[in-house]
Design a protein around this ligand. Structure first.
Ligand code: UDP
Ligand code: MG
Length: 305
């Protein structure tokens, strides 16, 4: 059996269509399947609509959270509750085309444990989003030793083995695409065209996007922390050279000490660096705090099978 996990947050405008398209694709497959919708605390009619669908279709299941926990938590819950021999993660908005699933299944049957969707082109997204995400994936790759494929979202198929490995990882900072790379196994990418959102608006406003980005970096690299050491050495070297210059001027020339502006500029610059480093350390400490509290990653309100 194949499980298709769909995280949904305020998706009342697209849910009917994605249900229809997913059913078409999965119904034409030889394997049995389940469609597991994870309702991430939607405040619109999403939940009611899925409940209606559940009544008529045995393939459809609904897991509802007590509030909005975020897409990464929703995907985690989906993996925890899915029963399939393979689990497919897909967005509800049809930006990840369901028609790619059969290709993924084929690769899985050919022996791959993870088949991830690689975005060859992206339609209907702002130039800003495309550029920042392109830069981000490359930046992340340069920071970490984990082989996280670039231009890849959460759209992927995973074998049961991989899901069990993911379930054993209890960390709260869940950057799923990174975790899936971290566990290893035989992985392969299939390229696809990322479509426009079918309806509604993105559920990833700028703030959430930044959080996901920082989550990814802090979960898979501590190089930003090492920045302090590098910068510290650099500043010390600069100061030392400047000290020599001052001594030279004092002894061999009678130049008067330069004015106020340069002092203030240096002061502001170094203060800025110190604050930046404190901020970076804060990002990590905050996450350590989250881990230590050991709260659950999500809270289930209801599960309809
Ligand atoms: N999503 C979610 N919880 C959230 C935000 C998003 O479950 O807090 C779901 C959303 O319903 C969709 C998927 O995650 O199925 C991707 O979100 P979206 O399409 O808005 O992101 P984008 O494609 O714009 O990056
Ligand atoms: Mg989308």
């Amino acid at each position: 059996m194949i499980s298709v996990v769909v995280p949904v947050f305020n998706e009342e405008d697209v849910i009917h269509e994605s249900y229809k398209r997913l059913t078409e694709v999965m119904g034409s497959q030889p394997d049995d399947y389940e469609l597991l919708f994870v309702n991430d605390g939607s405040r619109d009619k999403t939940e009611e609509i899925i409940k209606e669908i559940c009544k008529d279709d045995k393939h459809v299941k609904l897991l509802s959270f007590s509030r909005n926990f975020g897409q990464q938590s929703a995907v985690t819950a989906g993996i925890d509750y899915a029963k399939g021999d393979a689990v497919v993660l897909i967005d509800a908005d049809l930006q990840d085309p369901p028609s790619v699933i059969p290709d993924m299944v084929r690769e899985w049957k050919a022996g791959y444990d993870v088949v991830y969707g690689k975005r060859a082109k992206r339609k209907g997204e702002t130039a800003f989003k495309k550029i920042t995400s392109k830069l981000y994936y490359r930046f992340l790759a340069s920071l970490t030793n984990v082989d996280i494929p670039i231009d890849t979202g959460d759209f992927r198929l995973m074998d049961r083995k991989v899901c069990e490995a993911l379930k054993s990882m209890t960390e709260r900072n869940r950057y799923m695409r990174g975790l899936v790379s971290w566990v290893g196994f035989k992985q392969k990418g299939v390229e696809f065209l990322r479509e426009e959102r079918f309806a509604g608006e993105t559920k990833y406003p700028f703030k959430k996007m930044v959080k996901l980005a920082v989550d990814g970096i802090t979960a898979f690299s501590y190089k930003p922390l090492k920045l302090a050491t590098g910068l510290g050495f650099f500043m010390a070297a600069c100061s030392f050279i400047y000290l020599l210059v001052i001594i030279f001027q004092r002894v061999f020339t009678n130049t008067t000490v330069a004015g106020w502006a340069s002092t203030i500029a240096i002061l502001l610059f170094t203060q800025g660096l110190v604050l930046l480093m404190l901020g970076i350390i804060g990002e990590y400490i905050g996450r350590v705090f989250e881990e230590i509290k050991g709260r659950p990653i999500y809270i289930v309100k209801e599960f309809i099978e």
